[in-house]
Unconditional design. Structure first.
Length: 293
């Protein structure tokens, strides 16, 4: 488990860097730029994680394309990613349709959106989905998966990366420190980002759902030997979820409202059930690669 401990430690170190370096960075930047304090902290954490992941991946021999999940030739990689993107969009649109049919989504605010606004939302959220999918898949089911699989086997890699994948979604953006930063604001920012972990029962349904999503993606990664399909599926799911969140509101006063989580009003027991069903199909659909090169 040394590989997992190493990469998990890097994540903890990136979080610690937020508490340590955000206030000094704010002091340097504030006279020239009006960046919110929390945004500086977010960027410091991302930068620290990217740098340490890159350095450690090379140190442990995980800096090649095969290790990070990009072994396929570029045309094949792009084709597999785009095919998975379509599958992800269709699958997530189906669950949105089920939520709507059950009366769990209020679409009233979508009726006031203009065509131009809708087009902007769709395009911007596509870019967000592609970016989120690329970053998370490269780090978790690329580098981390390969390192754990080499040391502890495929099953350990699937489970451990899925545990981390689910957990990182509960890091919150915390704005209360923006008004009057102090030398303690870095610690306050970190505490605010982690506050959801102090209520494990509230986040349990969302965490279990995200863990199941991680298992599905990790199994596909293991079967295909690359992250092309994982990236496409992930991006398609995020794309639809972000659009739905922007155009709808969760309905909280229906008998079935418990199927939507308190975390974001979308993922929860309903999406968990759908993930299990779709996961069976997707794992069978993505047969093992005959060649991982």
């Amino acid at each position: 488990m040394r590989a997992f401990a190493l990469f998990f430690g890097l994540m903890l170190a990136a979080l610690a860097s937020i508490a340590i370096f955000t206030y000094p960075a704010w002091l340097l930047l504030h006279p020239y730029f009006d960046f919110p304090f929390h945004r500086i902290g977010d960027r410091i954490g991302m930068l620290a994680l990217a740098i340490t992941f890159t350095l450690v991946a090379r140190h442990v021999g995980m800096g090649d394309k095969r290790s990070v999940g990009y072994a396929l030739p570029r045309p094949l990689f792009i084709r597999e990613m785009l095919k998975a993107l379509v599958l992800g969009v269709v699958g997530m649109m189906a669950i949105v349709g089920i939520m709507t049919a059950l009366g769990l989504l209020d679409w009233s605010q979508a009726s006031t959106a203009t065509g131009g606004k809708l087009a902007k939302i769709v395009f911007n959220r596509l870019l967000s989905g592609l970016a989120v999918g690329l970053i998370e898949e490269t780090m978790l089911r690329g580098v981390m998966f390969a390192a754990i699989e080499r040391e502890s086997g495929t099953k350990s890699a699937i489970i451990l990366t899925s545990l981390v994948y689910a957990a990182v979604h509960f890091l919150d953006s915390y704005h209360e420190v923006d008004a009057h930063p102090t030398p303690h604001s870095g610690l306050d920012l970190l505490a605010g980002m982690l506050h959801r972990f102090s209520e494990p029962l509230v986040m349990a349904d969302a965490y279990i759902c995200l863990f199941a999503v991680g298992i599905v993606l990790a199994m596909i990664r293991a079967r295909r030997g690359n992250i092309a399909a994982c990236w496409g599926l992930h991006a398609g799911w995020v794309w639809v979820i972000l659009i739905t969140r922007e155009l709808t509101k969760p309905v909280r006063d229906q008998p079935l409202s418990f199927l939507l989580s308190q975390f974001d009003g979308f993922i929860g027991w309903l999406v968990f059930g759908w993930t299990v069903l779709m996961g069976v199909f997707l794992v069978r659909f993505y047969a093992p690669q005959t060649s991982r090169a």
